[in-house]
Structures are given as structure tokens and as C-alpha cells.
Design a protein. Structure first.
Length: 299
């Protein structure tokens, strides 16, 4: 990674520094995190000093996880073309020494993945319009068809949630839909924007983000909190893409293609920290995971 890119990430801006109009703060370090950087065709692990501590080739990857064993799980799309659904794609698990520990290969656009509690892997196969459950041997053991039609905008992030149901952000339907393990629709949460991520919180609320908007909805369907790009114009929001709800309640956000690529925001809409506003050298991407948070990632 070029030196100026390290400086961009290392020069995090604290809320106090923002209030004082300071563009960089020497004592404000970035957290360690994983980044699915499709613009660089890599998975990158950033260290707190902003340097690239680890990289692995991954074409058009948009979801990434660090597993409890230290391995990295991600999806990929080779020879990607948004208008086609026959590209080689799949999900890989790679060890820190870059040995492939798991590989599931398929075709068509794959935008999400998740390692499940039983060791199987959830694959969000958008071009197929399906959630695939894949065994550790790389064999499909279950297919769940989502309601949205297959294709590029069928869905983005899909997750298994507590209790065993599945939650999918179905982009062109402007909805987050929850399915039972046998594929029946349990709940539909309509939103006014194209959704990218849907996260179920321990209290039963659901956080949904996407194009210019982020909302938290309670079990009764009422919006209890929201954030719009216009609320934080200094960050130049394009897409609230990959998100992670932290134990504090703050939200770690990847602003895909926006002015400021990464930031953490509190529920009172204070910017807790942000990466530099100069993004030349930071590749565009969507998938993130903080590595300084104990326990399972809520993302």
C-alpha cells in the first residue's frame, strides 16, 4: 500500500477535532478492520496505524468476515458483468498464511456469505435468487428461494439470525425479508430506499441501510431511529453499505463510493471518528468488519 494511503487511514478525525475544524488528529488512530476492497480486487486487513497488514486477491468481493479461528471468509465474483449472470463466483475461506481452507464455486453474482453455527456456510446467490446452505465439503445441502426475482439487484447482504431464520436485504424490492428455515416468508419490512444490509439486533429491532438512508425498526414495524445522508453532509454519503452495530450502540459504516469511506456514528448522530476526507488511494468497497470488538460481529 502506498504511503499516502496509510496516512489517510491513520489520520482519523475525532469529534472534538471536527468541532475545532481540524482535518487530522495525531492521537486518533483507526481501528483494525477487514475490508472487501473491490476497487483493488483484494481483501485487505488494515492495522490501527492504517497500514495493510494482510491482503488476499479477491475480484469483486463485497462481504468479508474474520472467523473465530483467525481465517478470513469472503465471497467473490470473477469476470464480473452487472448485466450477466454466468460469471464464475463463490465463497472462500483463507488462513492467515494464505492457504485455502474452504472453497465453494458456483456461477452468477454472489454478494454475501456467512459461516453458520453448525459449520456450514450461507451464500447469498443473487443471480440465482436463492440462499444456499453449503456444507464444509462444499456441497449444497439446502436452497431457499427468495421472493425477489433473480438477478443483479435481487439481494445484497443476507444473514441467518438468532432462532434460525434468514434475513435478506432485497434491493430492487425495497424490502428486508425474513424467511423461516423452510423458506416461508415470516416478515417483510418495506423501506423507502434500496437496501444493502439488514441486521437483527439482540433486542429484536432491525437496522436496515442502503442508498442514502439507514433506519432502525422495532418488532412492531415502527421506525425508532434513522439517519439520512443529508444529516451528515460533510461525509458525502453515497451508499450506507456494509455496517456493523457495535456493543456501544454506535454503528461502523462503509460509505461505498462516498467522500469519506469509513466512519463510526453514535445514536445522537455525532461522528465518533472518520477516515480522511481525501480518498485518493483508498479503493472503493462495500464489506467491512471491525477486529477490535469482542464476540460475534453484529453485521
Amino acid at each position: 500500500m502506498r504511503a499516502h494511503t496509510r496516512r489517510l487511514l491513520a489520520g482519523m478525525v475525532s469529534a472534538a477535532a471536527l468541532a475545532a475544524g481540524v482535518s487530522r488528529a495525531a492521537d486518533a488512530a483507526a481501528p483494525a478492520f477487514l475490508y472487501a476492497a473491490e476497487g483493488a480486487k483484494k481483501i485487505i486487513r488494515y492495522a490501527p496505524d492504517g497500514s495493510a497488514a494482510w491482503e488476499y486477491p479477491a475480484e469483486m468481493a463485497r462481504d468479508v468476515w474474520q472467523l473465530p479461528n483467525g481465517n478470513v471468509l469472503f465471497c467473490y465474483n470473477n469476470r464480473y458483468d452487472s448485466g450477466k449472470s454466468d460469471n464464475p463466483s463463490g465463497v472462500m475461506e483463507v488462513t492467515p498464511d494464505k492457504t485455502v481452507a474452504f472453497h465453494f464455486a458456483t456461477t452468477g453474482q454472489v454478494w454475501s456469505c456467512q459461516r453458520l453455527g453448525d459449520g456450514s456456510t450461507l451464500v447469498g446467490a443473487a443471480s440465482q435468487g436463492k440462499l444456499l446452505i453449503v456444507s464444509p465439503k462444499g456441497e449444497i445441502v439446502k436452497e431457499l428461494k427468495v421472493l425477489n426475482g433473480p438477478g443483479h439487484s435481487c439481494m445484497r447482504n443476507a444473514r441467518q439470525i438468532a432462532g434460525g431464520n434468514f434475513l435478506a436485504a432485497e434491493e430492487s424490492a425495497h424490502a428486508a425479508r425474513e424467511y423461516s428455515p423452510d423458506g416461508k416468508l415470516v416478515r417483510e419490512i418495506k423501506v423507502a430506499f434500496a437496501p444493502y444490509s439488514a441486521v437483527r439486533l439482540p433486542n429484536g429491532n432491525t437496522v436496515i441501510c442502503g442508498q442514502q438512508s439507514l433506519v432502525e425498526v422495532d418488532a412492531g414495524g415502527q421506525t425508532v431511529w434513522s439517519l439520512e445522508g443529508k444529516d451528515i453532509p460533510q461525509l458525502g454519503v453515497r451508499w450506507f453499505a456494509g455496517i456493523q452495530v457495535l456493543p456501544s450502540g454506535n454503528i461502523f459504516i462503509c460509505n461505498a463510493g462516498g467522500k469519506v469511506p469509513f466512519f463510526e456514528i453514535a445514536r445522537d448522530k455525532r461522528i465518533v471518528w472518520q477516515s480522511s476526507t481525501s480518498v485518493s488511494g483508498i479503493p472503493v468497497g462495500h464489506g467491512i468488519q471491525r477486529l477490535d470488538v469482542l464476540g460475534p460481529a453484529c453485521k
